[in-house]
Design a protein around this ligand. Structure first.
Ligand SMILES: Nc1ncnc2c1ncn2[C@@H]1O[C@H](COP(=O)(O)OP(=O)(O)OP(=O)(O)O)[C@@H](O)[C@H]1O
Length: 277
């Protein structure tokens, strides 16, 4: 084999290897100090740019997975690894991560602007230096004209938009969302689902989204990870191969219904896995 051919075949071999995931949980278990095993031997890879939903019954450890990824909680055993780009091997260095919780958790005494500025402020960015980024984040969620308002002047959906702007202001690579729309009425929830998808398509972050809703998980995700409880673990993965952008037409399509049926059946199977407990 000539040198050139050797080089080419090596390159082909190399390029055929899938890039490392953005985040990998490998055999992660979490036992809390009261003895509760929240997760047992949980493994999951999430690729850069994926929109992944974690779907499972209450108590199966969905929030614990997000907390471990964000560093709020430490795994009892197993590994968590990261790759900053397709060319970099896995390491322990996490990228910029933002977390959106079910409650908007805004400071009631601070304006919308000051609430969104908070993550930059705690890392030492002055208000004047933060101005462009705060305004950019508010524009992303459609609240650019509300920066001087206080949280009590806003609807539930608008408060959640502020919470999302506060998460986006740091320009995260990974967005962790823990049932962010669960407390909202259906119309507001559908609108926020659409707005979130538009932003994700435009900016290409990686999103890991916890939900109890089969319908929401199918509408949003590339992939649904089904979890079972006691102990928390992954029982199946469902790829939602429908193309984006997704809209109301998708919500009433045969494809959507078929994915919802599959996800619902997988969720029921996950729940009945514990019927004997
Ligand atoms: N700090 C803690 N101390 C003790 N047990 C905990 C703690 N946090 C969570 N748990 C327990 O770990 C298990 C998994 O909790 P987790 O909140 O991750 O589940 P979940 O799937 O997000 O639940 P839900 O859908 O109800 O929010 C549950 O049994 C829960 O009670």
């Amino acid at each position: 084999m000539s040198k050139q051919t050797d080089k080419q075949s090596h390159f082909q071999e190399f390029s055929a290897v899938a890039p490392p995931p953005l985040v990998r949980l490998a055999g992660v278990s979490k036992v809390f100090s009261n003895g509760t095993t929240a997760l047992h031997d949980m493994s999951i890879d999430v690729r850069e740019g994926e929109f992944v939903s974690l779907l499972g019954p209450s108590g199966c450890g969905k929030s614990t997975v997000l907390r471990i990824m964000s560093g709020l909680v430490e795994a009892t055993s197993g590994h968590i690894e990261w790759s900053a780009s397709a060319n970099e091997p896995l390491s322990h260095a996490a990228p910029e991560i933002s977390f959106v919780f079910q409650e908007p958790t805004l400071m009631p005494w601070a304006t919308v602007f000051n609430n969104v500025w908070l993550p930059l402020r705690v890392s030492g960015v002055s208000k004047s230096n933060a101005k462009d980024r705060v305004e950019e984040a508010l524009e992303m969620v459609g609240l650019e004209s509300f920066s001087g308002c206080f949280p009590q002047e806003l609807s539930g959906g608008m408060k959640m938009r502020v919470s999302i702007a506060r998460a986006l202001v740091t320009r995260p690579k990974l967005l962790l969302m823990d049932e962010p729309f669960a407390a909202l009425d259906e119309i507001t929830r559908f609108k926020l689902n659409d707005d979130l998808l538009h932003l994700w398509e435009k900016f290409g972050w990686t999103v890991i989204f916890v939900t109890h809703s089969v319908f929401e998980s199918v509408y949003l995700s590339n992939r649904i990870v089904i979890m079972a409880a006691r102990p928390g673990r992954v029982v199946s993965n469902i790829a939602v191969d429908a193309s984006y952008p997704r809209d109301n037409e998708f919500r009433v399509s045969i494809d959507y219904n078929s994915y919802c049926r599959d996800a619902s059946a997988a969720l029921h199977a996950a729940m009945s896995a514990n019927d004997h407990l």
